[in-house]
Design a protein around this ligand. Sequence first.
Ligand code: FES
Length: 495
Amino acid sequence: MDQHIIRLSPLGKELTVNHNTPMMDVLHGFGIEFPCGGKGTCGKCKIKILAGHLEMTAPHREKILKLGLDDSWRLACLSRATEDVTIQVAQFEALILADDTKFDFIPQNGYGIAVDVGTTTLVAQLVDLTTASVLAVETMLNPQVKYGADLISRIQKDLEGHGAQMTDLIQNAIGGMLEKLMAQQPVNVKRVVLVGNTAMQRTFVGLSLNPLSCYPFQVADLGAKTFPVNDLGWKIDVEEPVCFYPSIGSFVGSDILAGIAATGIHRHEKMTALIDLGTNGEIVLGNRHGMVCASTAAGPAFEGANISMGMRAVTGAISSITTDQTPWSLQVIGNEKARGICGSGLIDAMAIFREQELIGSFGDITTGEESISLDEVVVLTQKDINEFQLAKAALAAGLTILASELSITTAEIDEIVIAGAFGNYIHIGNMVATGMVEAQEEKIHKMGNTALIGAKMFLFSGPGLADEICTKIRHVNLEANRDFQDIYVDKMLFP
Ligand code: FES
């Protein structure tokens, strides 16, 4: 064959290239960096094969082994297109949200499928329960995005009578992904675990989102939901009923429950916070003696909502801003012309605007203009800056109130784990500089898709692990705290 198709998952990009084209040439145009110049020594250009094949020479294999990777991985700088292939690029991890983090497990026979049902992205992994290794991965955009990108729009559509269509869409999409997994690896699946926020659980199950639409936002039936696979109409066999894991609160779902499992907060002595910058900006704080959790209104701004040129972390989004050039240099996902800005870029912009005194501590643009231009296309308006302040204040106030619920101060938190879609792009220093997270930089680290890691752990643990977490955690309504308004207003200031 003279030409081959290269698919970049889940960017949805498909390229046709000539036989033997170096993958370095293919990926260069997407902003992928090759720090060692393609010598195969830094490992930074690693790519994972999701379908198809890329040939590997013996020295290439040696380098892959040395990096501790399995043979589904390649170094792009040493690979050429020799047949159709679908790849996941490690430098785009924040977009892909698939994960191959190692975790402790007790081996058992059979296979399981873990599914992270995100508001934006769906990820399913087929796992060998004897080794915990991932045999196949499927990712896709949540087809419910046609009813709106964020949860508020979905809730609205549910109230307008589109609930049944949203249920069909999500059930069929996940069923289709599972069928594709089984087509790649025809094995007998023992169990399927789904995790997601409370709205995703309810819409998957076919329950109304009405309780999430109005005060007091109380959802009565937060528990696990199970279905024999036949009831879902999926054309696969699964030994046990499919289980969507329980939510902790109205806006703290089983994705956070899974995140707690992944981080192990519930078993550690050290006081740890988990901050998920997904849709709701959920926070968990505690240790093995007890945990509290809450959702904040921080999420939407970091997903691009409410920001005039905001967008998700996809091709064309400014994902990172640095000051290695004057006044700054922009990194755009996919190395394309910038069309907008995503959450991580927004945080960088705010930190740099403050550093360069373009905005004051109240967030006011000091030049008196209505906006600040990042380049000839993308601007941030005064309103955008104020939206960022509302979001970062919600997060900082949330952590402060949760700490007070445990009778500690935020200074006594030992570790802060950042999870979420764009976590990998975030400059932690800038989170601290904007006052979004008030802690020393060295206490904060990123952990990627903790929901998916936890869902895989649930494949091994059965309900026991989730039950253990649920008995140790308490959901807190932040706004019911009498100091909330004062703390919230205070946190709107830039440090
Ligand atoms: S660029 Fe360094 S290993 Fe490929």
